[in-house]
Design a protein around this ligand. Structure first.
Ligand SMILES: *[C@@H]1O[C@H](CO)[C@@H](O)[C@H](O)[C@H]1NC(C)=O
Length: 201
């Protein structure tokens, strides 16, 4: 059983502006809990995404593989550094319409899901997912359709716009933010423009 709590909402989806992933991966890089701790910095290169945009979060798994990216069409993609290709790793809804969703860059397609914060639990290798439209999910190390964990907090107020997520490597406690009780992900500029303070703690 994983204990879950919401944290102060300090995250805004500014990284939606990114359209591609920047990543260093050279033969000399050593990955430790997702951090490059030794690198000659000579191998920086841009990795283009396959038609989608908005790699909101990047994560590396227990074996240092990845990155995994949560992207605009509702999927979580995994980068294979050997074949230099992205492959679908997970989705957050069993009912996701592949024809309508795959490759989409439209933030209004709620039924595609929109994973934002993603992070692996370093002990279990499970991936926790904050999906802006579908709530808190988790998926096992081999991916697939993620399992719904929660769609509201203890007070019964539904999650409206889950955003950032982190997992305490020692305790496994999952922390995440809900950016607004008023606005959905697709309306995120209104949160910034309207001084909305309903983000969840
Ligand atoms: C990466 O791609 C290569 C070549 O297709 C394949 O042999 C390998 O198993 C893949 N690695 C992972 C971790 O999927």
């Amino acid at each position: 059983m994983v204990s879950v709590s919401t944290t102060m909402n300090l995250l805004s989806p500014l990284s939606l502006l990114l359209i591609s992933v920047l990543l260093s991966y050279t033969g000399s890089a050593i990955l430790c809990n997702g951090r490059v701790i030794k690198d000659d910095l000579a191998g920086f290169q841009k990795i283009d995404l396959p038609g989608v945009i908005g790699p909101e979060s990047l994560a590396f798994d227990c074996h240092g593989e990845g990155p995994y990216a949560s992207v605009s069409d509702g999927r979580i993609l995994k980068w294979n550094a050997t074949s230099k290709a992205w492959k679908e790793f997970a989705v957050t809804s069993p009912n996701r319409d592949r024809k309508a969703c795959d490759g989409s860059t439209d933030p209004n397609k709620e039924t595609c899901g929109r994973p934002l914060g993603i992070k692996f639990d370093s002990k279990t290798c499970n991936l926790y997912i904050a999906d802006a439209y579908f709530g808190l999910h988790v998926v096992g190390p081999s991916g697939g359709v993620a399992e719904e964990l929660a769609t509201s907090a203890d007070d019964g107020v539904p999650f409206n716009f889950l955003n950032g997520l982190d997992v305490d490597a020692q305790t496994g406690v999952v922390y995440f933010s809900d950016s607004s009780t008023l606005y959905k992900f697709r309306d995120w500029p209104k949160i910034l423009g309207g001084k909305d303070k309903t983000g969840r703690r």
